[in-house]
Ligand binder design. Structure first.
Ligand code: CAA
Ligand code: FAD
Length: 384
């Protein structure tokens, strides 16, 4: 019997996607990354370049006028953008996060209403699960949605919402039956122009400073009845199932940041001389570089495997997605800290991108579930 030798390589399509997005990232996103960080401003050049090339939401299927890229191609896009700018990588990543609940559970009409605008880049979409008092314990949320005639009326506050104020659409989880905890939560799609939708002030952060993180408030926010995603009571399950598909995208952001830092560090130690030779000639530093690359490659393999498993619907997808995000983000933190070390004093300055990458990497251990929560999710899957 013939055994495929292609089992553990990317397809030609995937390699072509990487080549195209790397070129775009290096030429149109990287030149603005330091300024975006320094001025804590939205990476508008990245949004425009990604949209012009059709990379801002590649995962939207063709039936909703999207590119129909698979999950591995999508993580490659996010990884390559993160390699030069962590903040910008949240444009494609959060477009997937916000739209995944619809792709998984919304009516055909709602999908047709929202998804083509994401596919064209005319609109972006955010995901609103977290609240001030309900972060890791997401099911403890308090935001309420109450039926009123044909409409739903929302009240409450979501916090930490990535791309709030930039996105036109928001997928919002809210309580419809307070006695049922997780089973009493429903998902809705809210538009920025809906009455009673208010965007709050911007968080001041350690990293990903170009990515806006804001509260959003619902003040008797009235939306049409058909904007519910799936049946009442299914919103928490949809929100969790979404994370099975998107935790690998955060893993991709993490390995992109790590690869970016390693690439800079390798370039630096091959140039810089001390004690009469290139730093790259010191075995102590060679071993650091070897460890960094090895860890990135292990994490990347798990990220691609998890992305593909989620898309196929494999039985172990919840475990794999949590494992991929957890490993990749821990690797990103370690590798970016080591990259700063390899550049010495220069690494500690804003003249080089590695200190930014180190600050950006930290968030990957926290959002889409902290790494403690990932371990909880993995353990539950293993022990059930
Ligand atoms: N797929 C489908 N349904 C699922 C599911 C999954 N993976 N996980 C849970 N559910 C459903 C099930 O119906 C489940 O009920 P049963 O077990 O009876 O079937 C129901 O949800 C309740 O699940 P749990 O009992 O596991 O709920 P819990 O209250 O114990 O919480 C948790 C579980 C894993 C801790 C969850 O609260 C969690 O993931 N917390 C972290 C929150 C998080 O990741 N937030 C990310 C916000 S987005 C973000 O950060 C944005 C960004 O990166 C840019
Ligand atoms: P807490 O839950 O208060 O956790 C504090 C600490 O306790 C952590 O170390 C945690 O791991 C630990 N801990 C909590 N429970 C347990 C447990 N059972 N066992 C062991 N340890 C535990 N949310 C959205 O909905 N949409 C977004 O777009 C979004 N974007 C974000 C962007 C940024 C920049 C940030 C900072 C957050 C974002 N979040 C978003 C929210 C993010 O998902 C939460 O911050 C995260 O899930 C953790 O919740 P928390 O901050 O309330 O921490």
């Amino acid at each position: 019997t013939a055994i495929s030798t292609d089992l553990f390589t990317l397809t030609e399509d995937h390699r072509a996607v990487r080549e195209a997005i790397r070129d775009l990232a290096e030429h149109e996103i990287a030149p603005h990354a330091a300024d975006v960080d320094e001025r804590e401003r939205y990476p508008i050049e990245a949004q425009k370049a990604l949209t012009a090339a059709g990379f801002q939401a590649v995962h939207i299927p063709e039936e909703y006028e999207g590119a129909g890229a698979d999950a591995v191609a999508t993580v490659i896009v996010i990884e390559e953008v993160a390699r030069v700018c962590g903040s910008s990588s949240l444009i494609p990543a959060v477009n997937k996060l916000g739209s995944m609940p619809l792709l998984l559970s919304a009516s055909e009409e709602l999908k047709q209403q929202v998804l083509p605008s994401i596919a064209s880049g005319e609109a972006m979409i955010s995901y609103a699960l977290s609240e001030r008092e309900a972060g890791s314990d997401a099911a403890a949320m308090r935001t309420r949605a109450v039926r009123d005639g044909d409409d739903w009326v929302l009240n409450g506050t979501k916090c930490w919402i990535t791309n709030a104020g930039v996105s036109s659409w928001y997928t919002v989880m809210a309580v419809t039956d307070p006695d049922k905890r997780a089973k009493g939560i429903s998902a809705f799609v809210v538009h920025a122009d809906d009455p009673g939708f208010v965007v709050g002030s911007k968080e001041r952060k350690l990293g990903i400073k170009g990515s806006p993180t804001r509260e959003i408030h619902f003040e008797n926010c009235r939306i049409p009845g058909d904007r519910i995603v799936g049946e009442p009571g299914t919103g928490f399950a949809t929100a969790m199932a979404t994370l099975d598909h998107t935790r690998p995208t955060i893993g991709a952001q993490a390995i992109g940041l790590a690869q970016g830092a390693l690439d800079v560090a390798i370039g630096y130690i091959k140039e810089r001389r001390q004690f009469g030779r290139h730093l790259a000639e010191f075995q102590g530093l060679q071993f650091m570089v070897a460890d960094m690359a090895m860890q990135i490659d292990a994490a990347r393999t798990l990220v691609y495997q998890a992305a593909a498993a989620a898309e196929r619907g494999d039985a172990n997808k919840t475990y794999l997605s949590a494992a991929a995000k957890c490993l990749a983000s821990d690797v990103a933190m370690k590798v970016t800290v080591d990259a700063v070390q390899l550049l010495g004093g220069a690494g500690y300055t804003r003249d080089f991108p590695v200190e930014r990458m180190m600050r950006d990497a930290k968030i990957t251990q926290i959002y889409e579930g902290t790494n403690q929560v990932q371990r909880l999710v993995m353990a539950r899957a293993l022990l059930k």
